[in-house]
Write a protein that binds this ligand. Structure first.
Ligand SMILES: Cc1cc2nc3c(=O)[nH]c(=O)nc-3n(C[C@H](O)[C@H](O)[C@H](O)COP(=O)(O)OP(=O)(O)OC[C@H]3O[C@@H](n4cnc5c(N)ncnc54)[C@H](O)[C@@H]3O)c2cc1C
Ligand SMILES: NC(=O)C1=CN([C@@H]2O[C@H](COP(=O)(O)OP(=O)(O)OC[C@H]3O[C@@H](n4cnc5c(N)ncnc54)[C@H](OP(=O)(O)O)[C@@H]3O)[C@@H](O)[C@H]2O)C=CC1
Ligand SMILES: O=C(O)C(=O)Cc1c[nH]c2ccccc12
Length: 362
């Protein structure tokens, strides 16, 4: 039943008997399924054209779940048995579509919610879309944590190449043979850098802050699963110390690769700030072998060497620093020797090729 909303005669206002759910991602679909299971029919409003639109339209081709499927299934209906431990994005999307179909969830696609307000006079939520107002006693917001892209400002005066957000990145095949600056070293930045390497592009990564990199698995078990298991008996900080000890054994010292770790442990940081640790699926090996390169700044904002002692002395393009070790004159000695060794090797190489050239019969 439709009737005009006050103040806007064009707006059709409709009472819906069940709850309104905004968003048909995994969260919106899951809550609608649980409601359906309890005999409550929800109206699901989705601005995009499909369920799990983030996964369908805003993710790169090689994306897989980075936690095992048993930690990623929605209530009441698990993943098919034949799915691998880490389903691909296509499999995840197929699962989401089957899930929505099974619980007969038919979101209204192409319906963006512009505003929602509680109206005490009406005793319900007035939910505005383009051209319509829906009113319900219940409103469930399921619009996702990752929906709005954040782009740093870029100046075309400095760089006039292509600038894209990860949501529009599909495959390294589009960048073959090119140098690509990847800004950010979360799971997206790391996996995209790896994908670029695998397609013969040259990624450079900007790391402005600290980051926890953990192996995706330890002792044949998912790191996430191990962390969950240990948390049942041990305090979080002890679990974090254990994860970091294993990470150090298997991945080495990530600080030395220009990826300094936060002071707070990985799971504590996730719980407190929401910042997800990077679960390594191969990018670290490419950083170690120099196929993914660093953004190139020697110093932190505070003017200290970025890489901890004894590795902070060498930058890019012939840039070095000596005496920024927090180790006094001992640190200076170590830097001085390292720099002199490095430059003298290059010096000798240049002299050698120069002499070869001079003596060549051509
Ligand atoms: C690349 C990537 C990989 C991830 N991998 C994992 C993983 O392996 N394991 C794990 O546990 N978690 C993972 N996550 C985290 C999280 O599980 C996913 O982001 C998941 O998609 C979140 O589901 P959601 O429904 O809350 O949000 P979303 O999937 O973002 O869905 C929100 C929906 O709301 C719609 N919407 C937004 N605003 C409006 C509006 N105003 N009106 C109407 N509709 C609107 C959007 O179009 C979207 O379809 C990953 C996240 C990303 C980005
Ligand atoms: N396989 C999988 O399952 C995947 C899962 N995901 C998940 O998706 C979610 C989003 O991940 P992601 O897209 O990586 O985003 P994140 O927010 O986790 O990471 C963004 C990174 O970009 C950095 N950054 C942001 N702005 C700038 C800037 N202006 N200059 C330099 N660096 C900058 C941030 O640094 P700072 O820390 O300083 O803010 C951070 O390192 C996470 O929960 C992640 O786990 C993502 C990809 C794959
Ligand atoms: O992939 C993500 O963004 C997640 O939020 C999954 C997740 C929840 N808790 C974690 C702890 C460590 C690694 C991933 C996750």
């Amino acid at each position: 039943m439709g009737y005009s909303a006050e103040g806007d005669p064009e707006l059709r206002r409709t009472w819906v008997s069940g709850p309104i759910v905004v968003g048909a991602g995994p969260s919106g679909v899951a809550v609608a399924a649980c409601l359906a299971d309890a005999g409550v029919s929800a109206t699901v409003l989705e601005k995009s054209d499909s369920v799990a639109s983030l996964w369908q339209h805003r993710t790169y081709d090689c994306l897989k779940l980075h936690l095992p499927k048993k930690f990623c299934e929605l209530p009441l209906m698990g993943f098919p048995n034949e799915f691998p431990k880490y389903p691909s994005k296509e499999q995840f999307v197929a699962y989401m579509e089957a899930y929505a179909a099974f619980f007969a969830i038919h979101p209204r696609f192409g319906t963006e919610v512009l505003n929602a307000e509680f109206d005490s006079a009406v005793g319900g939520w007035r939910v505005r879309t383009r051209g319509e107002e829906l009113v319900s006693r219940w409103l469930v917001v399921a619009t996702g944590e990752n929906v709005e892209p954040v782009m740093p400002e870029t100046s075309t005066a400095v760089f006039d190449g292509r600038v894209i957000h990860t949501r529009d990145y599909k495959s390294g095949a589009d960048f073959e043979g090119q140098k690509v600056l990847v800004v950010g070293c979360g799971n997206s930045g790391m996996e995209i850098s790896l994908d670029l390497c695998r397609h013969n592009a040259t990624p450079y990564m900007v790391v402005r802050n600290t980051v926890h990199v953990l192996p995706r698995e330890m002792f044949g078990l998912s790191t996430f699963g191990v962390a969950m298991f240990l948390q049942r008996w041990l305090p979080l900080r002890v679990v974090d110390r254990f994860l970091l000890a294993v990470a150090r054994q298997t991945l080495g010292d990530t600080d030395r690769l220009g990826l300094p770790r936060p002071k707070t442990g990985p799971i504590e940081l996730k719980n407190v700030t929401g910042k997800t640790p990077v679960l390594d699926v191969g990018a670290l090996a490419e950083i170690k072998s120099g196929n993914i390169k660093g953004g190139g700044c020697l110093f932190t904002k505070e003017g200290m060497a970025k890489a901890p002692f004894p590795d902070g002395w060498k930058g890019e393009n012939g840039l070095y620093c000596v005496g920024f070790t927090k180790r006094g004159l001992l640190g200076t000695s170590s830097d001085a020797l390292s720099i002199a060794r490095d430059i003298s090797l290059q010096w000798k190489e240049i002299r050698r090729s120069h002499n070869l050239y001079r003596n060549s019969p051509l």
